[in-house]
Write a protein that binds this ligand. Structure first.
Ligand code: PLP
Length: 399
C-alpha cells in the first residue's frame, strides 16, 4: 500500500518528537501499547500540569475566596471554555459543558436528567443496539423509569448498514416518524473502527430532533466539529483523550429546548482531572488532530491490509481506504480481528508475550453485537509503523 507508506513518510518527522513526549512509552521500548481505545497514555505536558496544579493552587472550586480557591474555580471555567473551543463550538455563549467521570456517566446524565423529563406516552427514541453498552443501557433505563410512572415510550434501533458498517440513512428514514423525540449515535465505533457518518443523521431526522453523540472514540483522534455534525450533545471521556481517569464532559448546544442543567447537588468537582483535561486538549490541539487522524488511519490501514492477506484471520468491520473520495468506509484507529482457531483471549496473552498490549474480549459491545470476542488493536499518535510491522510479523508466525 504505497499510499499508506507515503502518508507515514510525510508525517514521520512530525510524529517522532511527539512519541518522545510520552514517558511511559519511552521507558518501555520493548512494549507496544495498542489499547488506546480503552484508555490513552498521557504526555508529559499533562503530567506536568497536574503536578503544577497540585503544588501551586490545589483547593476546592466554586467555594472559598482565597487565591488558591479562586485559581481553582478559574481553572475549571477555563477548562469549560477549552472544551467548547476543542469541539469547534460556533456559539459558546449559548452552550454548556458539564463535567462527568466519563462517557458512561455523561450519557446516563443526559438520559436521566434531561431526556426522561421530556418524553410523553407514545414517544419514540432511536438508539444504537450494537455500539458500546454505555450508549444503550441509559436509554433502556429511561424507558423503565417512565414505565414505572405509567408512561410508555418506544425504543427503536438506529439501523446499521449490513451489520458492521456505519449507520444506514435510508433505513433510518423508515424508522423515524412524527413521535421521534431523540436520537443517540456513536461517532466512531469502538469495535469496528468505522466513522459512523453521523452528519447524515440530521438530514434524515430534520432540524428539531435532538441528537446525542458518543464521542468516546473520536475525541483527540480526529477534528471534531459540532457545527459540521450538527448534534446537540457531545459526550466523551477525558481519559481516552490523554487526561486523567475519572474525567469526562457533556457538551450541550442549548439550542433545541432549554439548556442542559443536570439536577441535584453537584458536590466537589474532579478539579485535578479537569485541569488535566484542559492540558490534554491543549496538547492534542497543538499536535493537530488532523495529523493525528492521518497518522493513525494510515497505521490502521496498513494493519487491516496486512491482516486481510492472511487466511488465518478474520478482520471485523469496515474495509479501509486512504482515498479521500473512496466509497469504502474509512477505518479509523481501531482494528478488531479474530484468529480462526486460536481463541481471542489466548491470542491476547500470546501477543503480550511478544510485547504487544491489545484488548481481547467482547469490548463491552451491546447485546446485538459480536457473539464471540475479538482482539482489538487501537492506536494513537505514539504508535509507529515499526510496531505495526512487528505485530504483523508475529501474527504471520501464528498462522
Ligand atoms: N462509548 C464508547 C464508544 C466507548 O468506547 C467507551 C469505552 O470504551 C465508552 C462509551 C465508555 O467510556 P467510559 O468507560 O470512559 O465511561
Amino acid at each position: 500500500m504505497t499510499d499508506v507508506a507515503d502518508a507515514l513518510e510525510q508525517l514521520r518527522s512530525w510524529q517522532r518528537p511527539l512519541r518522545a513526549q510520552f514517558p511511559i512509552v519511552v521507558a518501555n521500548p520493548e512494549l507496544a501499547y495498542l489499547d488506546s481505545a480503552a484508555t490513552a497514555q498521557k504526555p508529559g505536558a499533562v503530567l506536568d500540569a497536574v503536578q503544577h496544579y497540585l503544588t501551586t493552587s490545589n483547593a476546592n472550586a466554586g467555594r472559598g475566596s482565597y487565591p488558591w480557591a479562586n485559581a481553582t474555580t478559574a481553572a475549571v471555567e477555563r477548562a469549560r471554555e477549552r472544551v467548547k473551543r476543542f469541539l469547534g463550538d460556533p456559539a459558546p455563549d449559548r452552550s454548556s459543558v458539564h463535567f462527568t467521570s466519563g462517557t458512561s456517566e455523561g450519557l446516563r446524565t443526559v438520559a436521566r436528567d434531561w431526556l426522561a423529563g421530556r418524553l410523553s406516552d407514545g414517544d419514540e427514541i432511536v438508539v444504537p443496539f450494537a455500539d458500546h453498552e454505555a450508549n444503550l443501557a441509559p436509554w433502556l433505563e429511561v424507558r423503565q423509569l417512565l414505565a414505572r410512572q405509567g408512561t410508555e415510550i418506544r425504543v427503536r434501533e438506529l439501523p446499521y448498514q449490513d451489520g458492521s458498517g456505519d449507520y444506514d440513512p435510508a433505513a433510518l428514514a423508515a424508522t423515524v416518524g412524527p413521535r421521534t423525540r431523540f436520537v443517540a449515535a456513536t461517532h466512531v465505533h469502538h469495535v469496528y473502527g468505522a466513522d459512523m457518518n453521523v452528519h447524515r443523521i440530521r438530514r434524515v431526522v430534520g432540524p428539531d430532533v435532538p441528537i446525542c453523540l458518543d464521542a468516546a472514540q473520536s475525541i483527540g483522534h480526529l477534528p471534531l466539529s459540532v457545527a459540521g455534525l450538527d448534534v446537540d450533545f457531545v459526550v466523551f471521556s477525558g481519559h481516552k483523550a490523554m487526561a486523567l481517569p475519572g474525567t469526562g464532559a457533556v457538551w450541550a448546544r442549548g439550542r433545541r429546548g432549554p439548556e442542559f442543567r443536570p439536577g441535584g447537588w453537584a458536590g466537589t468537582p474532579n478539579t485535578v482531572g479537569i485541569v488535566s483535561l484542559a492540558a490534554a486538549l491543549d496538547w492534542l490541539g497543538a499536535a493537530g488532530t488532523d495529523r493525528i487522524e492521518a497518522w493513525t488511519v494510515a497505521l490502521a490501514a496498513r494493519l487491516t491490509d496486512g491482516l486481510s492477506r492472511l487466511d488465518a484471520y478474520e478482520v471485523l468491520g469496515c474495509r479501509s481506504s486512504l482515498a479521500a473520495d473512496s466509497e469504502v468506509q474509512r477505518r479509523r484507529s481501531i482494528v478488531a480481528f479474530r484468529h480462526r482457531e486460536i481463541p481471542s483471549r489466548d491470542l491476547g496473552f500470546i501477543l503480550y508475550s511478544h510485547g504487544f498490549m491489545v484488548r481481547s474480549d467482547g469490548h463491552c459491545q451491546a447485546g446485538a453485537g459480536e457473539a464471540d470476542g475479538s482482539v482489538r488493536v487501537s492506536l494513537h499518535v505514539h504508535n509507529t509503523a515499526e510496531e505495526i510491522e512487528g505485530l504483523l510479523a508475529t501474527l504471520i508466525n501464528l498462522q
